[in-house]
Design a binder for this molecule. Structure first.
Ligand code: TXA
Ligand code: MG
Length: 345
């Protein structure tokens, strides 16, 4: 299959181009498109044949459910049932935006979309191209991140092409995504809201609006029997080819450990990269990337930087941990899942 790229202006999307992509969706095809978080791989969420193509193109296990993207907040009324009042409050505040809610699914949502679950994940993205595409298609779009399964999520059209060229027909190039890590996933199908994946909306922001939010045990390092609540949690994720070693602790100790590891891997003739959140970091590696000092910048650069290390054939990435406040929770979650090894000093 030939993969075409359609460049669309993210500030002023050309409607004729959007309509072309929407038509492909209506014909049951796959279209990769930008959202404010990462690029998504979209298809008609209500058409099992179209959704099947997503799983095939990504090499995604069939029990890992997809998020349904809508352009009108009222669409939850026909995609979900038993909707609790809290869903209204939360979506009023955070939609459109990087928040996904999990509710009991309605009959019209096929089981393949929800990975066999009785619940459905829904989000209304805040990106003009995404919103217009959903609106013009006239159907909700199932869309996982548009990377090959296990790889870092794409934050640029180029990343989608690198992973999925020849496997999908169309990629909309709408520039770099703003946030850089995926949406926050919160389960509202039970009595108390449960945070299943930290992301673009922070836990602190959520708690301000909803009050009590339980953090799923796997997110705080505990093993859990209820892992099936979000099947995606059990798979390895976001990994570049290079092996990431994540080092957490006080700054001084972390930096000393980085130096020690750097020297030891150099003796083994490995190509070593350092990913730092500090400016003027002095150690000499084969490749060094300062990915940002504040959390917004770090999130925006994280997945892109993973891929840059790969393009320089780096074997080992030594990465500094950061604080888990605010957006830091989502960033550290991605780093931990991507890491080959975690060291605390
Ligand atoms: O920012 C995002 O959310 C991006 C953009 C494209 O919207 N999408 C995304 O999709 O990250 P994906 O498929 O890569 O991640 C979806 C996550 C997975 O961890 C999945 O297990 C979880 O959401 N999920 C989906 N449906 C669920 C459900 N019914 N119950 C629990 N977890 C669910
Ligand atoms: Mg993903």
């Amino acid at each position: 299959m030939q993969t075409k790229t359609l460049r669309i202006n993210p500030k002023k999307p050309e409607l004729s181009k959007i309509r072309k992509a929407a038509k492909a969706i209506r014909h049951g095809k796959l279209v990769a498109f930008p959202t404010e978080t990462v690029y998504g791989l979209g298809a008609n969420a209500l058409d099992p044949m179209a959704v099947k193509k997503i799983f095939e193109a990504k090499g995604r296990p069939s029990d890992n459910p997809l998020i349904i993207h809508i352009s009108d907040r009222n669409d939850i009324l026909f995609l979900a049932r038993n909707i609790p009042p809290i869903a209204g409050r939360i979506t009023q505040k955070f939609w459109p935006g990087p928040l996904t809610i999990v509710l009991k699914k309605s009959k019209i949502v096929p089981k393949i979309t929800t990975g066999g679950l009785d619940t459905v994940a829904i989000r209304m993205p805040k990106n003009k191209i995404a919103q217009l595409l959903i609106k013009e298609a006239g159907i909700p779009l199932a869309a996982p991140s548009a990377n090959f399964a296990g790889r870092p999520s794409p934050t640029m059209a180029r990343h989608v092409l690198d992973d999925l060229e020849g496997r999908i027909g169309l990629i909309i190039d709408g520039g770099k995504t703003m946030i850089g890590i995926e949406s926050t996933v919160v389960d509202l199908s039970g009595k108390t809201p449960v945070l299943l994946r930290p992301g673009g909306v922070t836990l602190e922001q959520l708690r301000k609006v909803v009050g009590r939010v339980v953090v799923h045990s796997t997110l705080i390092g505990k093993r859990s029997s209820s892992i099936h609540r979000s099947p995606g949690m059990k798979y390895r994720h976001y990994s570049p080819n290079a092996k990431i070693i994540l080092i957490e602790g006080t700054k001084k100790k972390v930096n000393a450990k980085i130096l020690e590891l750097l020297n030891s891997f150099k003796r083994q003739r490995k190509k070593v990269g350092i990913m730092t959140m500090e400016k003027n970091f002095r150690h000499k590696a084969d490749m060094k990337r300062h990915i940002g000092t504040d959390h917004e910048k770090i999130a925006a650069n994280l997945f892109k930087t993973f891929r840059e290390f790969d393009s320089k054939k780096i074997d080992i990435i030594l990465a500094q941990g950061i604080s888990e406040e605010g957006l830091g929770f989502g960033i550290m979650n991605r780093l931990r899942k991507a890491a080959h090894k975690k060291i605390r000093v």
